[in-house]
Design a protein around this ligand. Structure first.
Ligand SMILES: Cc1cc2nc3c(=O)[nH]c(=O)nc-3n(C[C@H](O)[C@H](O)[C@H](O)COP(=O)(O)OP(=O)(O)OC[C@H]3O[C@@H](n4cnc5c(N)ncnc54)[C@H](O)[C@@H]3O)c2cc1C
Length: 538
């Protein structure tokens, strides 16, 4: 095998965690750091412009476009799993909702690992990430002011967002004026979003911060095929250039930040994983690590749709033919002034609710200010919205397995959605509660008709059937290289892969339990903590 450049650290995957880690490690000017990304550059208007998410979700240019295996509890449907394949990773194609984990989330992590993963340290690092100087004055107290990720809130204050917050207040859910990033998570309000001056502030902002550092090399368009091991230690990674395999050497460490799907796949392709499964796929096991790929957790989510009257939403951008004209006009305004509807991603308000504890919620809603899909067989309504309801602490646990020994083959992704009997009932409760909020409160004035009529049924069995037929992911797969102090965890609390020298994992896959909220900011924090830990040990 040919050998190419030598670095001290090789990071695989320039996503939320990988970019943060690369910035942190390259602060030491003597450390030669390489960040290797399978996808291409993020210099695209679609990524910069918040409304670009509408095309990024389904487009193939920057997206792995995975699917799950057929999910038995979801009428054997295969659920679409978008993941970013681009500099910035999933943070370059996501919805930019910026939520820290709840205190209780990080307490759970610390309980199985070390205090470093507890709320005090996580919040310290999250403050280093954020720049809250554009938030309302009252929200800036105790928040970061000069991190690379600029946050804003309430981009338009849309009539329906206002009505939704009021409806939640009327229903006893209460309000949250802190972007859900203060001490308490519960209530309805406006999300903090990582959008500033009409532009996405994703993980590549860490690379912007590090630009000009000659010790950081970013290589894009270069999928890593496996980790190269010698005598039980990681010594580099193998990539393909043309028809040749090339070894890039790492003198100190290899760190996998390829995400919850890519990282366990790479470990298994490198011979680190459940040995029986590896043999089945023709890979010689080097380290028997039964939990690699296990513990997959994700947030299942239901979109309840209504057509509206008396209020304009972003639905016009999705209507056939005229949608193109509206989009062209919005795009032109954005290019000229950086403002208008293309400067938002169309989700500004939501709620956390469902327990008596204000610092912990069972459900989250995202109010999507557009009706993307018309009701089957009907004309696309002029206006409408979708209320996405997701269960935050599902008990169902799945896995990732290799489909083959070929790195080009997507792995089998089986979240086993709703396999735990309690999850379906819980989600049905959440849907019914939100239907009540919308149908009986301040939003009522704007309702034309419900599109998902079965979600409104008073018969719980009908609601459950509707969920099985319609639920999707809200894109937060985590946990497939679980961190823990126990010997069977994949990585220890310093993120070292058990049984292998000089190999760590730093991304969403290390989360032992899923967060009760959106995952992006915490992934960035994982990258920074990994960097601190590595430098402290070097
Ligand atoms: C459509 C969508 C919407 C979302 N919305 C939100 C939101 O609004 N708010 C929020 O907080 N979270 C959101 N998320 C989730 C959040 O973005 C992710 O949890 C987070 O970005 C994951 O970070 P990561 O570092 O673990 O992985 P990623 O950011 O996915 O990075 C992994 C990187 O590794 C690269 N890679 C994989 N395999 C290889 C290989 N073999 N060789 C080289 N490179 C490789 C990938 O191309 C990718 O760039 C969303 C996610 C998606 C997909």
């Amino acid at each position: 095998m040919k050998e190419s450049a030598i670095y001290d650290y090789i990071i695989v995957g320039a996503g939320s965690s990988g970019c943060a880690l690369a910035e942190r490690l390259s602060r030491d000017a003597t450390a030669r750091v390489a960040l290797i990304e399978a996808g291409k550059s993020d210099k695209s208007l679609l990524i910069r412009m918040p409304a670009g998410v509408r095309l990024l979700y389904n487009g193939a240019a920057y997206n792995w476009k995975f699917s799950t295996t057929a999910q038995p509890e979801l009428e054997a449907r295969k659920i679409y799993i978008p993941r970013g394949k681009v500099i910035g990773g999933s943070s370059s194609i996501n919805s930019m909702i910026a939520i820290k984990g709840a205190r209780s989330d990080y307490e759970k992590w610390a309980a199985v690992s070390s205090p470093e993963w507890g709320p005090e340290n996580m919040y310290r690092v999250l403050r280093e990430i954020e720049d809250c100087s554009a938030l309302p004055l009252v929200s800036r107290n105790g928040r970061g002011q000069d991190g690379p990720i600029k946050l804003s809130r309430r981009l338009t204050g849309h009539t329906l967002s206002e009505a939704y917050i009021e409806a939640c207040e009327q229903a006893g859910i209460g309000q949250n004026d802190e972007g859900f990033n203060g001490e308490n998570q519960a209530g309805a309000g406006y999300f903090d979003v990582n959008i500033a001056y009409g532009k996405r502030h994703g993980a590549s902002m860490f690379l912007k911060k590090a630009s000009g550092r000659s010790n950081l090399t970013v290589l894009s368009g270069l999928p890593v095929r496996r980790v190269h091991l010698e005598n039980g230690a990681a010594c580099g990674v193998v990539v393909k250039k043309g028809s040749d395999e090339v070894l890039l050497r790492a003198d100190s460490e290899v760190i996998l930040s390829a995400g919850s799907i890519g990282t366990p796949q790479l470990l298994m392709l490198s011979g680190i994983g459940p040995s029986t499964h590896l043999r089945e796929t023709g890979i010689t096991p080097i380290i028997d690590a039964p939990e690699v790929g296990q513990n997959l957790r994700d947030h299942l989510d239901c979109s309840i749709r209504w057509a509206t009257q008396g209020v304009d939403t972003y639905t016009k951008y999705f209507r056939p033919y005229e949608g193109l004209c509206h989009s062209a006009l919005a795009g032109a305004q954005y290019l000229l002034k950086g403002t208008g509807s293309a400067a938002t991603q169309g989700i500004e308000a939501g709620a956390f609710w469902g327990t008596d504890r204000p610092d912990q919620a069972e459900f989250q809603t995202h109010l999507v200010l557009a009706l993307k899909w018309p009701p089957k067989g009907e004309q696309h309504p002029k206006n409408g919205f979708a209320l996405r309801v997701c269960q935050l602490n599902p008990q169902s646990v799945g896995e990732i397995r290799l489909a083959s020994a070929d790195p080009n083959d997507a792995p089998f992704i089986d979240p086993r959605f709703l396999s735990h009997s309690k999850d379906l009932d819980m989600l049905a409760d959440g849907v019914t509660r939100m239907v009540d909020v919308v149908e009986s409160g301040a939003m009522r004035t704007y309702l034309d008709k419900a599109i998902d009529k079965d979600a409104l049924s008073t018969d719980p069995e009908v609601v459950r059937r509707w969920i099985r037929k319609n639920a999707e992911t809200v894109y937060h797969p985590v946990g497939t290289c679980r961190m823990g102090n126990d010997d069977s965890s994949v990585v220890d609390s310093a993120l070292r892969v058990r049984g292998v020298e000089n190999l760590r994992v730093a991304d969403a896959s290390i989360m032992p339990t899923i967060l009760s909220g959106n995952t992006n900011l915490s992934c960035m924090a994982i990258g920074l903590i990994a960097g601190e830990t590595i430098q402290a040990s070097s």
